[in-house]
Ligand binder design. Structure first.
Ligand code: AMP
Length: 213
């Protein structure tokens, strides 16, 4: 089996786009804690109702709540996983190692990028609700406005937390928390870095190199 991957990077650094490609080319199972939380909110579950305000502000949800959601969606015996959006702090990094991964191997990939460019990326991000393809209205718009190039769907979603104010808070939260997480994986010898300022195809080539392809 391929190594599990922990994708680290600011919101908008391209983790979701790379994860989609890793799923389609190598059969990875993609676990995005942000997606899992938004699904709970859409279902109006108990958990969803408790976390809705937190996501709207761009703050972090309680560690144990996210861990539970992650655990019930993991199937490490049958697939290599991509962890996207988890860990967000050192306690979550410890939980991921000890409670979720155990003896399974994992590499952490950091999508390095100047945070100054991210506001534009995020505010202009649109995601196809039908097939998950991610667009940017400035740099990578769909050919026909409002229509997904890939599946023809017309549900191009603008995430509620991709507005200027929430984005600023999410980037600040990221800045405050990323260094210790990088240090955690650096110390374990499992940290790899890719240059996320490149085009998606070029970033993918670097990701493949990390996987040893
Ligand atoms: P994302 O889709 O990864 O940008 O996450 C969207 C939002 O979901 C974040 O701003 C947090 O409110 C919440 N969230 C996602 N993952 C986590 C996590 N590992 N720990 C705490 N909150 C999270």
């Amino acid at each position: 089996m391929r190594p599990n991957l922990i994708l680290l990077g600011a919101p908008g650094s391209g983790k979701g786009t790379q994860a989609n490609r890793l799923v389609s080319e190598f059969g990875y199972k993609h676990l995005s804690t942000g997606d899992l939380l938004r699904a709970e909110i859409a279902k109006e579950s108990d958990l969803g109702q408790r976390v809705k305000g937190v996501l709207d502000r761009g703050d972090l949800v309680d560690d144990n709540m996210v861990l539970e959601l992650l655990k019930v969606n993991c199937d490490l015996e049958n697939a290599s996983h991509i962890f996207d959006g988890f860990p967000r702090n050192n306690e979550q990094a410890r939980m991921l190692d000890e409670v979720v991964l155990g003896d399974s191997t994992a590499l952490a990939i950091y999508f390095e990028l100047d945070l100054g460019v991210l506001k534009d990326r995020l505010v202009n991000r649109r995601t196809c609700k039908d097939c998950g393809v991610i667009y940017n209205l400035l740099f990578n718009a769909p050919k026909t406005e409002g229509v997904c190039d890939s599946c023809g769907g017309t549900n191009l979603e603008h995430r509620k937390d991709d507005n200027e104010e929430t984005v600023s808070n999410r980037l600040q939260v990221f800045k405050d928390q990323v260094e210790p997480i990088l240090a955690h994986y650096e110390a374990k010898g499992t940290l790899r870095r890719v240059d996320a300022s490149q085009k998606p195809g070029e970033v993918f080539t670097e990701v493949e190199a990390v996987l040893g392809n």
